[in-house]
Design a protein around this ligand. Structure first.
Ligand SMILES: [Zn+2]
Length: 150
């Protein structure tokens, strides 16, 4: 395998930079005490943030989220990753946290959202009531369905 996902990745730094532009200084990084170890936590706003790498978290419909054609069982691995991410969001929301997920493609590269669009979407979410927001590249902002307890 090429590499192991590391902490303090480029997308994480880009997400923290966006929050910094919004004047949010009260940030906690890699909070191990919360489900899914969010990449960034905004304690005052009870919000957990994730900067998801499109490959490792298998961003569906994204050109960076494709399954490599190798012997390694990627499809199985990605299925587990996606299920774990959904369970993490659900656990955080159930515990009263709001969850912001920003995909790598929204932060970096040719499809990245214009800084104003990204900042505006994050700001609107932080000032609103929606439990979750998912931001991806290609100029698309999608609200994740609130994972209600069955
Ligand atoms: Zn993506």
């Amino acid at each position: 395998m090429a590499r192991i996902p590391v902490r303090d990745t480029k997308p994480e730094r880009a997400l923290r930079a966006a929050l910094g532009r919004l004047g949010i200084a009260d940030l906690e990084c890699n909070a191990a005490h919360l489900p899914g170890q969010p990449d960034v936590v905004l304690p005052a706003l009870r919000t957990a943030g994730f900067a998801h790498g499109c490959f490792w978290h298998h961003h569906e419909g994204c050109k960076h989220g494709r399954v490599p054609a190798t012997a390694y069982p990627w499809a199985q691995k990605f299925k587990c990753t996606r299920a774990r991410d959904a369970a993490t969001r659900s656990a955080l929301v159930t515990a009263g946290w709001r969850v912001l997920t920003v995909w790598e493609c929204a932060l970096l590269g040719p499809d990245a959202l214009p800084q104003n669009d990204l900042d505006g979407a994050v700001k609107a979410f932080l000032g609103g009531k929606a439990p979750t927001l998912e931001v991806e590249g290609r100029g698309v902002l999608a609200h994740v369905d609130h994972p209600q307890a069955a």
